[in-house]
Design a protein around this ligand. Structure first.
Ligand code: DTR
Ligand code: ZN
Ligand code: ZN
Length: 455
């Protein structure tokens, strides 16, 4: 380790261990580099990586609330609501779709007509998994015309959106196929979900192992209600909450009152969560859940005060995490990275001009689903007589630059042979990545021997 307080030596004679630059998004470790055959093609991951069923990750309630803030802004900019047939609803669909498209989902917008207005369902499929077994999570995205509908049902919509985006960020590889949906015109009578189920061929319907519905999951005076339509699905949620010491009750007021009904009527197993609407919280419920007895679970139900202020963050957080638990548990997947550990590398040597312009060595990635992982490994092999002269960056397919190593005037050691870990989850994995190296000081020269990306 370089002695930070050591004597300042003349530049040429200093031989100090270097501190590799680490940053928030990048960490580095020094590793030997195995020799690689010239022009190696992308090599598959080491055979036999065992997939293991992964525990669900925590869902960021801050991210869920950020989606709610976006939906509130949309309502504010569109006459105060996000109702069927109004501009605020289509803007809501566009927002959710944009996030999912960027994360690598396959999205479909299904149109229908109700009350003389065009309605929209948004369906998002996570590529991969057994198409014969679908785990399906849905929420209605429309509000009533009286207000922004942040708890009813921005909360459910934002919760499943963040679960879906977390699937992508984690590079989750489910054994079963994952599908998510945001329904239109639920408030007009489950119109969007009924339209979807009605047009679904029986063979496709039979592939749905479970439909999970989330309509109001952040009520300000919350209860923890679990749908009791299917004992196994009810158990998945009840076990989760039991593990968190959160008591639950079965949901008794909802039969037929939300988008799970068309699926249930078509013979699909359904489950879901609910934090309560206009019914009143009893004293015994307040004793176990907190909140206010004698008051509705959501006093702003179907009212103009159903805004971002009408959310209980703890309920939103707990329910979003419970959704992730159910999705991961029911789909039985693994956390193998989206690329399955695939390596893409360049073994082309490239000279680095002394005190000159940056050079770039490209690597093209293909066949990796979704976005790059939050722990993308970048292995570099740079030979140079004074590595303190070098600035090293990774450039993603989007053009975004990730700093791997800064120049350092007192790092006189030779060569940069290291593996960096970069949070590149904002990038599509497929595309051309570049290693950019610049020599910013005179008198020493070197070259890029090669570099590689491991997904
Ligand atoms: N019908 C839903 C709200 C609602 C009322 N009771 C339940 C029970 C289960 C799910 C949802 C609901 C709406 O207004 O959107
Ligand atoms: Zn409603
Ligand atoms: Zn609702």
């Amino acid at each position: 380790m370089r002695d930070l307080n050591g004597p300042t030596l003349p530049r040429r004679s200093r031989r100090t261990a270097a501190l590799l630059t680490t940053g928030a998004a990048v960490t580095a470790t020094l590793l030997g580099v195995s020799s690689v055959p010239a022009n190696a093609a992308p090599t598959a991951a080491a055979a036999g990586r065992s997939a293991r069923t992964a525990a669900a990750p925590d869902i960021s309630v801050a991210n869920v609330k950020a989606h709610l803030a976006q939906l509130q802004s949309i309502a504010n900019a569109n006459g105060g609501n996000r109702a069927h047939g109004r501009s605020g609803y289509k803007a809501s669909i566009d927002y959710v779709k944009g996030k999912l498209d960027a994360a690598g989902f396959t999205t479909t917008v299904q149109q229908f007509t109700s009350n003389g207005a065009t309605g929209y369902n948004l369906i998002a499929d996570w590529p991969g998994g057994d198409a014969g077994h679908v785990v399906f999570a849905g929420s209605h995205l429309d509000s009533v015309s009286r207000g922004a509908g942040i708890n009813d049902n921005g909360s459910g919509s934002a919760g499943i959106l963040e679960v879906a985006l977390t699937v992508a960020k984690q590079g989750y590889k489910p054994d079963k196929h994952l599908r998510f949906a945001w329904w239109g015109a639920e408030e007009l009578g489950l119109v969007g979900s009924q339209n979807y189920v009605r047009q679904l061929p029986a063979a496709e319907r039979q592939k749905i192992d479970a439909y999970l519905n989330f309509d109001m999951i952040g009520s300000p005076n919350p209860g923890y209600f679990v749908y009791d339509d299917d004992p196994q699905l009810e158990g998945v949620f009840k076990d989760y909450f039991a593990g968190k010491n959160i008591p639950t009750e079965i949901e008794t007021e909802g039969d037929g009152r939300s988008d799970h009904a068309p699926f249930k009527n078509a013979g699909v197993r359904v489950g879901g969560l609910f934090s309560g609407a206009d019914y009143t919280k009893s004293a015994s419920q307040a004793a176990k859940w907190g909140g206010t007895a004698g008051q509705p679970f959501d006093r702003c139900y179907h009212s103009s005060c159903d805004t971002t202020a009408n959310i209980n963050d703890t309920a939103l957080d707990n329910n979003s995490d419970a959704i992730a638990h159910a999705v991961w548990t029911l789909s039985g997947g693994s956390t193998t990275p989206p690329g399955g550990g695939k390596v893409f590398e360049s073994t082309s040597a490239l000279d680095i001009p002394d005190a000159g312009a940056a050079v770039e060595s490209p690597v093209t990635v293909g066949g990796v689903t979704g976005n790059a992982p939050s722990a993308l490994k970048v292995g570099v092999d740079i030979r140079h007589s004074y590595r303190g002269d070098l600035v090293v960056d990774l450039v993603g397919p989007s053009g975004k630059t990730y700093r791997l190593k800064d120049a350092s005037s007192n790092d006189s050691a030779a060569d940069v042979v290291a593996t960096y870990t970069v949070n590149a989850s904002g990038e599509h994995a497929d595309g051309t990545w570049k290693l950019r190296v610049q020599d910013v000081a005179a008198q020493d020269t070197g070259r890029i021997n090669g570099w590689k990306l491991t997904f």
